[in-house]
Ligand binder design. Structure first.
Ligand code: 4NP
Length: 156
């Protein structure tokens, strides 16, 4: 089983969208028991909250229900628990790496990577839509949809 953690800043827009799409793809391919997944934020302002209403509405419009997900902040134990931690943008990745315990003491720490780089080989951010428009939320969904296809191929 591969354990994957999707990470953004607030855990209410991008990473729940990425997680919801991954969950949906696993379910569609009958692989639900093969991979464990979660999402979190580098910030904890929205801990316990459902995803942003615009993120929920956008995902639902394109056929993905993310309303059941709840935000939480990343914690040190995540590095030992997860195999792979995927950051939505470079700032998230740098914040995650600053929290990562010293790997020389533990070889089983999660690999940390930029989401679109790991999934599609594109060293690009998923832009933060929080202060943006509906078009920005649509764009996040489609980027994550493409990345999910790449991730499923890479994991297979
Ligand atoms: P996310 O978007 O990182 O994609 O969940 C954000 C959500 C909330 C905030 C920033 C980004 N915030 O500052 O509260």
């Amino acid at each position: 089983m591969t354990k994957i953690l999707f990470v953004c800043l607030g855990n209410i827009c991008r990473s729940p969208t990425a997680e919801g799409l991954f969950q949906q793809a696993l379910h569609a391919q009958g692989l639900g028991k093969r991979h464990f997944h979660d999402s979190c934020g580098t910030g904890g302002w929205h801990a316990g909250d459902a995803p942003e209403p615009r993120a929920v509405k956008t995902a639902l419009k394109f056929g993905t229900d993310i309303s059941h997900l709840r935000a939480r902040k990343i914690k040190t134990a995540d590095f030992a628990h997860f195999d792979l931690i995927l950051a939505m943008d470079r700032q998230n990745l740098s914040d995650i790496l600053a929290l990562k315990p010293d790997q020389s003491h533990n070889d089983s720490m999660a690999e940390c990577a930029l989401y679109l780089d790991y999934c599609l080989g594109e060293k690009k951010n998923v832009p933060d839509p929080h202060y943006g428009t509906q078009a920005d939320f649509d764009s996040v969904y489609h980027l994550c949809q493409k990345a999910t296809e790449g991730l499923m191929k890479r994991l297979s």
